[in-house]
Design a protein around this ligand. Structure first.
Ligand SMILES: Cc1cc2nc3c(=O)[nH]c(=O)nc-3n(C[C@H](O)[C@H](O)[C@H](O)COP(=O)(O)O)c2cc1C
Length: 190
């Protein structure tokens, strides 16, 4: 896949074939992409928790908030939930400020996931204290992002933005539409 194709296919997916197993080795290979990604001052302060079994995935799911713009959709139902997660933690014994490091790491992982036929969603809306308690995450690790992963079962369509409305939406056939601004709108000069 060429780079543009990979980025084009690497959409946020929120409905999956929950019975699709994700190998631990696959999750490790995705973290290896994050390991090679840049970090501020080469501090490499991020740590990763990997989950790929139904029992542990059940513990992660309730702490996640899905698709804020889809007001009548509470998130994926049983059978359509992620079958793997990577939690990105900030190790506070290394630094207190993680800047954009976790965003870069997350994108490396999501592109890698797309490349191996998976898909997922970066989730920042996390009930962090609930998740910390559920998974016994020590206080010296900041919970930065949860990456939900699986075999997507939904179709995501990129649309041209209309009237500056950035809200994604679903059509009557369940296709998920994501409006994107034009390239012309993004490139500025003063
Ligand atoms: C840093 C970050 C945090 C996000 N947090 C959430 C989230 O908490 N819940 C969710 O459903 N989607 C979340 N998303 C996914 C965005 O809603 C998604 O990227 C956006 O709708 C555009 O869709 P696309 O990724 O297919 O381009 C997040 C994305 C990013 C980059």
């Amino acid at each position: 896949m060429d780079l543009k194709d990979l980025i084009f296919k690497s959409r946020s997916f929120r409905r999956f074939n929950e019975s699709y197993p994700i190998n631990l080795k696959t999750l490790e290979s995705l973290v290896d992409l994050a390991r090679l990604s840049p970090t501020t001052g080469n501090r490499q302060p991020l740590k990763y928790m990997l989950f790929n079994t139904p029992d542990i995935c059940k513990k992660v799911f309730p702490s996640l908030l899905w698709a804020g713009y889809l007001k009548d959709w509470p998130g994926p139902g049983e059978g359509e939930r992620p079958s793997g997660y990577i939690i990105i933690l900030g190790d506070k014994s290394i630094t207190d400020t993680f800047g954009v490091d976790h965003g870069i790491a997350a994108q490396s992982i999501m592109l890698g996931a797309t490349d191996c036929g998976l898909g997922g969603c970066i989730i920042a809306s996390v009930k962090r204290e609930e998740l910390r308690a559920e998974l016994n995450i020590p206080d010296n690790y900041e919970i930065l992002l949860v990456l939900a992963l699986g075999k997507p079962v939904e179709n995501v369509v990129i649309d041209q933005i209309k009237d500056s409305d950035v809200k994604y939406w679903r059509d009557s056939e369940g296709n998920h539409h994501v409006p994107k601004r034009s390239l012309k709108e993004l490139i500025v000069s003063f």
